[in-house]
Structures are given as structure tokens and as C-alpha cells.
Design a protein around this ligand. Structure first.
Ligand code: TYM
Length: 330
């Protein structure tokens, strides 16, 4: 049975991009293999944040995984920091990764903006991500388009380790969806939807009120023509709406272009907002119920136990191969 691993950061808000590029896709995948899904709270420490808020967001994100349909009987859901094997393996892999490789990471360049005062953790963040994946011997990693470069680095680190120390890691494949892998900002459709965007007009959150969702879609930036055509280069706003409604309704883009031909942008915006509201309604209802009954903490505790069972074996192999002596009694 193939093994699948993915993670999401408990920072900011979970938005429609996270949902369509990742979370929604995790639900059918849990029937395809042995799945591990992680709330990557160690990763969230790379940017300074309020400790009380991080705790709250970690539980909230776990609640959102469950509300979206993740079944803890089928898949393992856990908080990254409940399995410290991740940080131990990350240190060892930092001694395999090259500075040149980390310097090429576009996400660090975007977030770090060349400043000397960003944390060292932000710089080595992709190596922690590689540790997350490799410790579980994952075959597949479902992610959005923006994580592709991190997955390539993970593969390079694994191949180098296998060459230098002997065969240890399975080489993971990124699984990027055909549609929805790069949802664009509603206010700036030439850039991806992002939780760190300057304005909340950029995104729709998974817990957003239907009226607010409708308002944001009605105000979504499009262009000055009135032709509904999928062309991300010259018509990023309209193309983004078409992508969103296509993933949610299952209709392909060309049939949507025909359906909306001559009907103007207003209709497309309203119908897209309606599709999003319909999709999120049951998730929002389940989320409210889950947060009331303490279920999330129980699931995370059991998930951590299962996660550690798997990673102990890989970590022991890494220690042995790199020349660390056996830990007696541990
Ligand atoms: P994060 O928390 O930024 O994003 C979580 C998931 O959402 C996807 N995503 C998007 N998909 C489509 N359109 C968008 N606008 C959009 N924005 C985000 C991301 O690609 C991701 O799949 N480094 C990772 C977390 C991580 C991880 C891992 C992922 C840590 N360890 C191991 C996989 C495996 C991150 O920051 O994702």
C-alpha cells in the first residue's frame, strides 16, 4: 500500500487556495493509501508570532482537517511538534543539504526579502519539510503548485543521502492537482492567493460568512473586456473564477466558457460565490460541532502515537548510517 504525507501551517487563516490546492484533495486520497497529515507547528515558528495564538491556530487547523472530511480511522492526523523525530532528522539532513540549494528557494527569497533579520529557521525551513516527508518513507505528497520547488529539494536531499550513506529513503513524488493547484488572489489575480496578503480582499477563508464571501467575489478584480475566456496570461481574474467554479462544480472549463458566453462577468462572479458558499456550508457546520466536544485533542494524541511508531524506524537507520552511537535505554 502506498504511503502519502502532507502538511499545512497553522498560521493566519486557511483560505480557498489551501482548500482547493490541498485540503479538499486529501479527502479522497485517504482511501488510496496509508495517509499521514500534519499540522506543521514547528514550521510556524520560523516567523515570530504570538504563542497563545499559535496554540489556538494549531487546534483550529486540526479541526478544519476533520471538518473537511478527514477520517481519523483511515488517516493519521497529528501535530508536527508531538513527534520530535522531525527536528532530529531535520538537523541530520541540514548536514546533507547545501547552502547553494537553500539560496535558490524562491519562497525564502519572497518571504525573507533579502533582510538579515529573518530567522535562521526560515532559511532552513525546506529541510524540515524534507525531514517531514522522508521520515515517513512517503511515496506521494499532495500539495499546491507553490510547494513544487520544496519537493524537488526533498528528492535531491534523499538521493544524495542514499548515495553517500547507502539506500535509506524512498524518493517521494509531488502530486499537484490538475485544477486548483494555484488559486489567485481575488484582489490581485496575477499573484497567488496568500494568507500573508496585505488585504483580506485577497482571500476567502474557510470559516467566512456567506455574505462576506459573496461580497468579496462581487468585488473580485477582472478586466475591462466582457468576454468570458480562460487565458491566465491576459485574463487572470476571469480565469481564476473559471478555475474555482470548475473545481467545485466538476464542469470543465470549455463547457463553462460556452455556458457563460455573452452573460457578463457579474453572473460568473455570483455563481462562483454560490458554489463556494455551498461547498463550505457543511464544513462550517461540522467545524462548529467538533470544536465544542474536545474531539480534536483526542485525535491529535492518537495521531502522534501512530506517527512516532513509523518514524522511529527511519530515524534509527539514519543515526546508524551517519555514525551516531546507539542510545542505550531510549
Ligand atoms: P502552506 O501551509 O503554505 O499551504 C498548505 C497547502 O496549501 C497549498 N496552497 C495553495 N494551493 C493552491 N492555491 C494557492 N493559492 C495556495 N496557497 C497554498 C500549498 O501548496 C500547500 O499544499 N511548507 C508547507 C507545509 C509543509 C508540508 C510539509 C507540505 C511542511 N511540511 C510536508 C507537504 C509535506 C506550507 O507552508 O504550506
Amino acid at each position: 500500500m502506498k504511503r502519502i504525507f502532507s502538511g499545512m501551517q497553522p498560521t493566519g487563516v486557511l483560505h480557498l487556495g489551501n482548500y482547493l490546492g490541498a485540503l479538499k484533495r486529501f479527502i479522497p486520497i485517504q482511501d488510496e493509501g496509508e495517509c499521514y497529515f500534519c499540522v506543521v507547528d514547528y514550521h510556524a515558528l520560523t516567523v515570530p508570532r504570538d504563542p497563545a495564538e499559535l496554540k489556538r491556530k494549531t487546534v483550529e487547523l486540526a479541526g478544519l482537517y476533520l471538518a473537511a472530511g478527514l477520517d481519523p480511522k483511515k488517516a493519521t492526523l497529528f501535530a508536527q511538534s508531538h513527534n520530535p523525530d522531525h527536528t532530529e532528522a531535520a538537523w541530520m539532513l541540514q548536514c546533507v543539504a547545501r547552502i547553494g540549494e537553500l539560496n535558490r528557494m524562491t519562497q525564502f527569497k519572497d518571504k525573507g526579502k533579502g533582510s538579515d533579520s529573518v530567522t535562521a529557521g526560515l532559511y532552513t525551513y525546506p529541510v524540515l519539510m524534507a525531514a517531514d516527508i522522508l521520515l515517513y518513507q512517503a511515496d506521494e505528497v499532495p500539495v499546491g503548485e507553490d510547494q513544487k520547488q520544496h519537493l524537488e529539494l526533498t528528492r535531491d536531499i534523499a538521493e544524495r543521502f542514499n548515495r553517500e550513506y547507502g539506500d535509506t529513503f524512498r524518493i517521494p513524488e509531488p502530486k499537484i492537482g490538475k485544477a486548483g493547484a494555484r488559486i489567485m488572489g481575488l484582489d490581485h489575480p496575477e499573484k497567488k492567493m496568500s494568507k500573508s496578503a496585505a488585504s483580506d480582499a485577497n482571500y476567502v477563508t474557510l470559516l467566512e460568512h456567506p455574505d462576506s464571501i459573496m461580497k468579496k467575489f462581487k468585488r473580485a478584480v477582472t478586466d475591462s473586456e466582457n468576454e468570458i475566456r480562460f487565458d491566465p496570461e491576459t485574463k487572470p481574474g476571469v480565469s481564476n473564477l473559471l478555475s474555482i467554479i470548475s473545481v467545485l462544480t466538476g464542469k470543465d472549463i470549455s463547457s463553462l466558457e460556452k455556458e457563460y458566453d455573452g452573460r457578463g462577468y457579474g453572473h460568473l462572479k455570483i455563481d462562483t460565490a454560490e458554489a463556494v458558499i455551498q461547498e463550505l456550508r457543511p464544513l462550517q457546520e461540522r467545524y462548529t460541532r467538533l470544536m465544542e466536544d474536545g474531539e480534536v485533542e483526542r485525535v491529535l494524541a492518537e495521531g502522534a502515537r501512530r506517527a512516532r511508531e513509523i518514524t522511529g524506524e527511519t530515524l534509527a537507520q539514519m543515526r546508524e548510517k551517519m555514525g551516531l552511537i546507539t542510545r542505550i535505554g531510549l
